[in-house]
Design a protein around this ligand. Structure first.
Ligand code: AMP
Length: 617
């Protein structure tokens, strides 16, 4: 039995898991430092391509060449994503219909970025098992359309992985819960991650997992929460430090490093406020320090409409499944963003049930992917998964109207047939346009592909009878076949995906795929030590600009000397020297840091007093 791994390729984090043969239970494979989550971030640096935590450390230093949240761009056209691009510090341009990322003069596609993440997970698993692995089950949001699924499968191929099955994330989560026999009956799985939202209604009984309906939004998640918080902070900083900014002519919104720091600070505050009611945020800028308290209520006010946006798909899925909330036996939460208390409250209010999350919402999808992998490998025989296609599949007919062949929420795999003929004598080619979506007009649906049927025997118009079969396979991906019935000849079908890579692209990408700088532990340690040095230097330079006057001339000279020493060694390969100089600089600035903290606290207390005086007057 060849081993198949389960991969959760997330917007924010990715994981790899397998089912332990002895216990029969799914397990996450951690990296050599015991970390389960691999941040889905890829950074292109002079030292090589970094992935995961190493890449995350480059977010602020190399905003233009560090790519995150690429899942939001997978299988999408430039038009689809152009509105949110202004918040991304890296450059995205339209190219042959799809959105491509520009990194230092070269174009990189979203599947290639995802492939770097997948390869890191593949290698992590190979190290764990001490053998080569080639097959994986990869999860995607249930609401991913055909192009997004194809892009995910292409990413696998570029990474050297045969994606033997694409599984919907909420379905995978239910498999993990099902394996633990935690729930039976009718279950709603509410899955809110970093970039996508899905809801699925399942019927689970005696090992059969039948998806009744699914719905969602592939552009809604924790990233959007971060964005509204970040924009709010930006406005607040601009209002409070108007004078400082005017004096220094700084436009924060146009500084990608500042925006990246703001985004990270917004996310960190959001995460803290899931467990505490209030938190303080301190952000040092070149000429001032921004300091303010944020409460959970502030965040809830900001994200309320986004949370509300998840409820429409929940109601629709329930309706499509023909159920009312009271008919549900359980509601399960999946995805990091379901830790937000407001999300939990709104879900509870909607379904009238306290949602459950016994299995860690960060891990559960990967665990479920491992279960599906084990089913496919033949290691589990008493579980069956019946998933559905999330969106209707149709063909554009006269007048641009869509004729639906396979309605949404049809159990997959499934097929539909349609007969076509020619309209001109001797016609040997027929063009077809396939679309996916719920709207009446083709222009309002997603254009999936154009098919050309060629090789039809020349006959009078209307004579050929061409049967075209559309099959949605178990991955939710469209496969097309065509046959001319009079001659019995198979017409050849050429598929031109509207927003995807063609075979030749994928082949080329496999050849020149990026190898990431994981080669040996020593290289990684060196990079990390250099990163640490860079971070400390940036902070000290900033602190010295702000607080130079707080310390004595002797201390200042000592700090300057330590900065010089570290600057001289930071780009060398001498890891120990870089490390020692970093420690020395940290020590030299301890007193300055204390003095600056005192000054910030005093300023905060004074402004609070001023507020109190204002309020009481
Ligand atoms: P996932 O895609 O499931 O890994 O979810 C990632 C998203 O969950 C990111 O937007 C995180 O900021 C968010 N997240 C993780 N932990 C928390 C938390 N404790 N509170 C709020 N959001 C969180």
């Amino acid at each position: 039995m060849s081993r198949i791994i389960g991969i959760d390729l997330g917007t924010t984090n990715s994981l790899v898991a397998y089912v332990d043969d002895t216990t029969g239970l799914p397990r996450i494979i951690p990296d050599e430092r015991g970390r389960a989550l691999l941040p889905s971030i890829v950074s292109f640096t002079p030292a090589g391509v970094l992935v995961g935590d190493d890449a995350r450390r480059q977010l602020v230093r190399r905003p233009h060449s560090t790519v995150y949240s690429v899942k939001r761009l997978m299988g999408r056209s430039y038009e689809d994503v152009k509105d949110e691009l202004r918040y991304l510090p890296f450059s995205v341009k339209p190219a042959e219909g799809i959105a491509k990322i520009q990194i230092e003069g070269r174009e990189v596609t979203p599947p290639e970025i995802s492939a770097v993440v997948l390869r890191a997970l593949k290698e992590r698993a190979e190290k764990h098992f001490g053998e080569r692995l080639e097959k994986a089950v990869v999860t995607v949001p249930a609401y991913f359309n055909d192009s997004q699924r194809q892009a995910t499968r292409d990413a696998g191929r570029i990474a050297g992985l045969d994606v033997v099955r694409i599984v919907n994330e909420p379905t995978a989560a239910s498999l993990a819960y099902g394996l633990h026999r935690l729930y039976e009956g009718r279950i709603a799985v509410y899955d809110l991650g970093g970039g996508t939202f899905d809801v699925s209604i399942l019927h689970v009984k005696d090992g059969v997992f039948e998806v009744l309906a699914t719905n969602g939004d592939t552009h809604l998640g924790g990233d959007d929460f971060d964005r509204v918080i970040m924009l709010w902070l930006l406005e607040d900083i601009q209002a409070r430090h108007h004078a400082d900014l005017a004096r220094t002519c700084v436009n924060l919104a146009e500084d990608p490093e500042v925006m990246q720091e703001l985004r990270l600070a917004a996310e960190a505050a959001k995460v803290r406020l899931s467990s505490v009611e209030r938190t303080t945020l301190t952000l040092p800028f070149a000429d001032f320090t921004y300091h303010r308290e944020i409460t959970r209520a502030d965040i809830e006010r900001l994200i309320a409409s986004l949370v509300e946006k998840t409820l429409g798909p929940c109601r629709q899925a329930l309706k499509d499944a023909g159920l009312t909330p009271s008919a549900l036996d359980a509601v399960v939460l999946v995805g990091g963003s379901t830790r937000v208390p407001l999300v939990r409250r709104r879900v509870e209010e909607l379904y009238g049930k306290t949602p459950k999350s016994q299995l860690d919402p960060d891990l559960v999808v990967a665990l479920g992917a491992a279960v599906q992998a084990q089913i496919l490998a033949g290691g589990i025989t008493d579980m069956l998964l019946l998933d559905v296609t999330p969106l209707s599949l149709g063909i554009e007919t006269l007048g641009g109207i869509v004729s639906v062949l396979i309605p949404r929420n049809t159990t997959i795999p499934t097929s539909a047939r349609e007969m076509f003929t020619t309209s001109v004598d001797g016609q040997t080619i027929v063009d077809l346009h396939v679309v996916q979506g719920e709207r009446e007009l083709a222009k309002d649906c997603r254009s999936l592909a154009r098919f050309e049927l060629s090789g039809i025997d020349p006959m009078p118009a209307g004579m050929p009878k061409i049967e075209v079969t559309f099959l949605i396979d178990a991955n939710g991906i469209l496969v097309v076949n065509a046959r001319e019935q009079r001659s019995g000849k198979a017409a050849s079908v050429e598929v031109r995906p509207t927003y995807g890579l063609v075979e030749a692209d994928v082949e080329r990408m496999i050849e020149d795929s990026f190898t990431y700088a994981e080669a040996d532990v020593e290289t990684r340690l060196l990079i990390e030590t250099r990163n640490e040095a860079e971070t400390v230097l940036t902070h000290v330079e900033r602190a010295m600009r702000q607080g130079r006057e707080l310390v004595s001339p002797e201390e200042r000279a000592q700090i300057d000397a330590a900065v010089r020493a570290l600057s001289e060694v930071r780009d060398t390969d001498d890891r120990e020297r870089i490390h020692d100089c970093t420690i020395a600089l940290n020590r030299a600035t301890e007193h300055l840091a204390e003095l600056m903290m005192d000054a910030a606290l005093r300023a905060a207390v004074q402004s609070k007093r001023a507020d109190e005086i204002m309020e009481s007057s």
